[in-house]
Design a protein around this ligand. Structure first.
Ligand SMILES: *[C@@H]1O[C@H](CO)[C@@H](O)[C@H](O)[C@H]1NC(C)=O
Ligand SMILES: *[C@@H]1O[C@H](CO)[C@@H](O)[C@H](O)[C@H]1NC(C)=O
Ligand SMILES: *[C@@H]1O[C@H](CO)[C@@H](O)[C@H](O)[C@H]1NC(C)=O
Length: 355
C-alpha cells in the first residue's frame, strides 16, 4: 500500500514539473503543513510531523542534498482558514501540502490542487469519496473510512444484530461515511434502520432530541460517527437518558479511540459515561521503527499527550513525501514554479468581500 502511494506521489511530482537530467537537486524544498494545532488530531500530528522533518533532514539516505523546509499553519478549527492557508501555500513555492485536516476542506481543495498541480497529502481527511481517481493530486495517506465501516458491518453481522441506528455529523465526512456503512451493511443483508444527522456544531439540546427519537426506534445498536470535539457529549446525554444501560450497544468510529489514545487523563465522569462503548482504531502493524517512535514520544511531548494512530500516519506522510521527492530528483526531475495569474482573481475576491 505504502509503495503504491509512493509511486502515485512520484507520478504526480513528475507530472507537475519539467524533467531534465542536467540540474542538481535543489538545496531545499518547501512543504506546507495545514492543521488545527489545538485539535485532538492536530496537536499530536504537529509534533509527529516536526519529528519526521528533523529525521528526514538528518538521514543521509533520503534527500541527501536537499533540505526539507516545513512551514506549519494553524487553521484554529476553521474550515475557511484551512482553505485560505492552503491556497496561500499553493501560491508560493511549495512543492506539496500536508493537509488539510478535515474531509470537508479537502473536498473544496482537491479541485484546486488538481488545477494547480500541487499534491496534497492528508492523513486525516478519510472520507471514502475523496477518491484519487477523481482527484489525482489528493493523496490519502491513511485508511479511508470505508475500511472501518466494513469492520463495523462485520461486527453487526457477526452478532446477528441486523439493524443499526446511525448518529453522525451532517457534513461530507459524516454523510459519506454513513453512506459507505449503508453499502457495507447491505452487502451483509443488514441495514441502517434510522439515520440521525446532527449539526456540525451540535448542542446538548440537539443531541437530546436526536437520542430521544433514536430510543423510540426498534434497534438498540447505535453507531456514532461524529467530530471528536463534541462526540463525547453524545455519550454524556445517552447516559443521562438511560441509554447506556445493558440492552444497548454503542459503537464509535475512530474519533473516539483517538481521544482515548491522546488524552492521558480523562475526567472520571467522562470515563463513567463511556463504559461499554466499542470503538475502532486504524491498524498500524508492529515494527521496530514503530516501537522506537513510541518510546521517543514521551520525550517529544514531555508526557503531555498520548500517541494516536494519526500521529503515526502523520509521521509516515512526511517520509512518503521525502521518498517521493528523492526518487523524483534521482530521475533528474526539475521542479519549477510559474506565476499563475488566476490567483489574482482568487485573492481579489475575499479582499473585496471584507471591505
Ligand atoms: C481561534 O478562534 C477563536 C474563535 O473561534 C478566537 O477566539 C481565538 O482567538 C482564535 N485563536 C487563535 C490563536 O487565533
Ligand atoms: C529521552 O531524553 C533523555 C534526555 O535527553 C535521554 O537520555 C533518553 O535517552 C531519551 N529517551 C528516549 C527514549 O529517546
Ligand atoms: C527547469 O524548469 C525551469 C522552469 O520551467 C526552466 O526555466 C529551466 O530551464 C528548467 N531546467 C532545465 C535544466 O530543464
Amino acid at each position: 500500500m505504502q509503495q503504491i502511494r509512493l509511486l502515485l506521489c512520484c507520478l504526480i511530482l513528475a507530472a507537475a514539473a519539467v524533467c531534465s537530467s542536467t540540474l542538481p537537486p535543489p538545496e531545499s524544498v518547501n512543504i506546507g503543513v495545514v492543521l488545527s494545532f489545538r485539535s485532538i488530531i492536530g496537536k499530536v500530528s504537529k509534533i509527529a510531523i516536526q519529528a519526521a522533518v528533523a529525521d528526514v533532514n538528518s538521514d543521509p539516505t533520503v534527500l541527501p542534498r536537499t533540505k526539507l523546509l516545513a512551514s506549519l499553519h494553524d487553521t484554529n478549527f476553521s474550515g475557511f482558514l484551512g482553505i485560505i492557508e492552503v491556497l496561500r501555500l499553493m501560491e508560493t513555492q511549495t512543492v506539496a501540502v500536508i493537509g488539510p485536516q478535515s474531509s470537508v476542506t479537502a473536498h473544496v481543495l482537491s479541485f484546486i490542487a488538481n488545477e494547480l498541480r500541487v499534491p496534497m497529502l492528508s492523513f486525516s481527511a478519510t472520507d471514502p469519496t475523496l477518491n484519487s481517481l477523481q482527484f489525482p493530486f489528493f493523496v490519502m495517506t491513511s485508511q479511508s473510512d470505508l475500511y472501518q465501516m466494513a469492520a463495523v458491518a462485520d461486527i453487526v453481522e457477526h452478532y446477528g444484530w441486523r439493524e443499526v441506528i446511525a448518529i453522525y455529523g451532517d457534513d461530507d465526512h459524516g454523510r459519506n461515511g454513513i453512506s459507505a456503512l449503508g453499502d457495507q451493511l447491505a452487502a451483509r443483508r443488514c441495514r441502517i434502520s434510522f439515520k440521525a444527522p446532527l449539526g456540525t456544531k451540535a448542542t446538548r439540546e440537539e443531541i437530546t432530541d436526536v437520542l430521544v427519537q433514536a430510543a423510540m426506534g426498534e434497534s438498540r445498536i447505535l453507531l456514532v460517527h461524529v467530530p471528536d470535539y463534541w462526540g463525547p457529549m453524545v455519550f454524556a446525554v445517552a447516559r443521562y437518558l438511560g441509554m447506556m444501560n445493558p440492552g444497548y450497544v454503542w459503537i464509535a468510529t475512530n474519533w473516539f479511540s483517538t481521544i482515548l489514545d491522546t488524552e492521558l487523563d480523562l475526567a472520571p465522569e467522562a470515563v463513567e459515561d463511556v463504559q461499554g462503548v466499542l470503538t475502532l482504531r486504524m491498524h498500524t502493524p508492529d515494527s521496530e521503527l514503530k516501537a522506537e517512535f513510541v518510546n521517543r514520544w514521551a520525550n517529544l511531548t514531555g508526557g503531555a499527550m498520548g500517541l494516536s494512530a494519526y500521529g503515526l500516519y502523520a509521521y509516515d506522510t512526511v517520509w512518503i513525501l521525502a521518498r517521493a521527492l528523492d526518487a523524483f530528483f534521482a530521475q533528474g526531475g526539475n521542479i519549477s514554479f510559474s506565476e499563475d495569474s488566476r490567483f489574482d482573481y482568487v485573492f481579489f475576491m475575499p479582499a473585496r468581500c471584507l471591505i
